[in-house]
Design a protein around this ligand. Structure first.
Ligand SMILES: NC(=O)c1ccc[n+]([C@@H]2O[C@H](COP(=O)([O-])OP(=O)(O)OC[C@H]3O[C@@H](n4cnc5c(N)ncnc54)[C@H](O)[C@@H]3O)[C@@H](O)[C@H]2O)c1
Length: 458
């Protein structure tokens, strides 16, 4: 099989280097399809074919389909896909038929989405639930028609569940880092909800624990699996925009401070971050993922809680007493590669939108109509503005239809990574930059000036 891998890499190199300097994913996919079809036809039609040739071709076909499927569902660069395959071959990890044992930590609103998606996986058994509120874990499991073992904290669950393979961490933001670090330190794979955590120091500690453990850590950005989000990335990678130099992104709601199930999103000691962490992380991920997650260098940021103390903006007037986070944030960020990022996000504002997302390049500009939080949807068809034969033209990209549920894909990709030894589907090596920007905005706002983003080594 390693020989086949080498053949694939060689085919990939020949087709990508011979024809174009910067191969786009779409182009490579087309070329690889051609090779695949050619090889298959050759193997089937040749009169002298040996069973070995057919077998080889079949393996090549499997490899090809495996890679294309991963690329389609996970939107990762071709080189990553090839590396992933190489690792897969070296490790030769085969599905053993053993069920992956999962625990759910934090049994609030998002935990239900995780559980429902796990229940659709034949190869997963959700064995345990934890919540610090007495009775909540058990009530949650029963309300979802399942049973398990119940615990009063993440530590209790991890200490007692000796056969545990993985956990979903669905706690409020302030508990992301302690829970993720404890799980990784105890050799458990982690699917961690977004935002990754609250501060950059926490993010670094999580990454250190991940590195030491060798376990999978994936961050819960299900919009990555949305067809429109994938299209944004494909457009940027295709080269049609030329060199990207400016991005405007963000989103917001007129009246949307989230308190559907209590105050965990608006209290400083549970959420730590308001609109900036809750929905800001999505718009940052959409554009940064599209352009390959360049490193952030400097940030001038502002954040404030401007509406959360007004009773009409909250579900219950008494919530104003505990409101302690931002409901608006804005920033100007310099990214590596000469790209500037203009960002704004709001849970509440006197405006319909703080603007569409715009990605400007030397050959074209992409406009993505605004939504309130970019958590897996776009506000309408996208438009590419460019010049053809000296004329200004516009190409409309129709909205893509999704096949399947993004939450299911988020869970499936995590389980696949564990089962087949694949890289993390939404890796901390990218999301640490998302967290660094969020953290930088908070710090710059507190200091009232531009700051340099420094990420400690780990
Ligand atoms: N990906 C998405 O679309 C999405 C959607 C909503 C929320 N989220 C994220 O999910 C997280 C949780 O959101 P939610 O709406 O479910 O919040 P929630 O407040 O409803 O639930 C969090 C639960 O975690 C429990 N908890 C806290 N610390 C714990 C610990 N150490 N051990 C066990 N249980 C603990 C709390 O008691 C609470 O029941 C947030 O970080 C949020 O940003 C993601």
């Amino acid at each position: 099989m390693l020989q086949l891998y080498e053949q694939f890499v060689n085919d990939f190199k020949v087709y990508s280097q011979k024809r174009i300097k910067n191969p786009s994913f779409v182009y490579i996919k087309q070329q690889m399809t051609t090779i695949f079809v050619h090889n298959l036809k050759f193997a089937k039609n040749t009169k002298n074919h040996s069973s070995d040739l057919l077998k080889d071709t079949q393996e090549y076909a499997n490899l090809y389909l495996y890679i294309i499927r991963k690329a389609d569902t996970e939107v990762i660069f071709m080189s990553n896909i090839l590396d992933a395959f190489k690792e897969k071959q070296v490790e030769s990890k085969e599905y053993t038929g053993k069920k992956i044992k999962v625990g759910i930590i934090g049994c609030g609103w998002i935990a239900e989405a995780h559980l429902q998606s796990y229940l659709k996986c034949d190869d997963v058994e959700v064995v345990a639930f934890a919540d610090i509120i007495p009775g909540k874990a058990e009530a949650f499991a029963k309300a979802n028609g399942v049973e398990g073992r119940y615990y009063l904290s993440d530590k209790e669950l991890i200490d007692n569940e000796k056969d545990l393979d993985a956990v979903s961490i669905c706690t409020y933001n302030r508990q992301h880092a302690p829970c993720a670090i404890y799980a990784l330190e105890h050799g458990v794979h982690v699917l961690l909800e977004k935002p990754m955590c609250v501060t950059i120091e926490e993010a670094v500690e999580i990454c250190k624990a991940e590195k030491k453990s060798g376990k999978i850590l994936s961050i819960g950005f299900q919009p990555r699996f949305d067809e429109n989000m994938k299209m944004v990335k494909k457009i940027c990678e295709s080269g049609v925009l030329g060199k990207i130099y400016y991005i405007q992104t963000g989103g917001g709601r007129r009246m949307g401070i989230p308190t559907p199930f209590g105050t965990s999103f608006i209290q400083e000691d549970t959420a730590g971050l308001g609109a900036l962490g809750d929905i800001g992380c999505y718009s940052l991920d959409m554009v940064l993922n599209a352009i390959g997650y360049p490193k952030p260098l400097t940030v001038t940021g502002f954040k404030a809680g401007l509406f959360g103390k007004k009773p009409e903006y909250l579900q219950k007037p008494e919530y104003t007493e505990v409101f302690g986070v931002d409901d608006f944030a804005a920033a100007y960020v310099r990214l590596e590669g000469g790209i500037t990022l203009d960002f704004r996000i709001a849970w509440a504002m006197h405006c319909d939108t703080p603007g569409d997302t715009i990605i400007m390049g030397t050959e074209g500009g992409l406009r993505i109509p605004s939504t309130e939080c970019w958590n897996g949807s776009i506000g309408g068809p996208m438009t590419i503005y460019h010049n053809i034969a000296g004329e200004c033209v516009e190409t409309v990209i129709p909205e893509c239809e999704n096949n399947g549920d993004n939450f299911d894909k988020k869970i499936r990709s995590f389980i696949d990574a564990i089962e087949f030894g694949l890289p993390s589907p939404v890796p901390s090596s990218q999301i640490i930059y998302n967290q660094a920007i969020i953290d930088g905005i908070s710090r710059s706002s507190d200091l009232g000036r531009e700051i340099e983003i420094e990420i400690p080594e780990f």
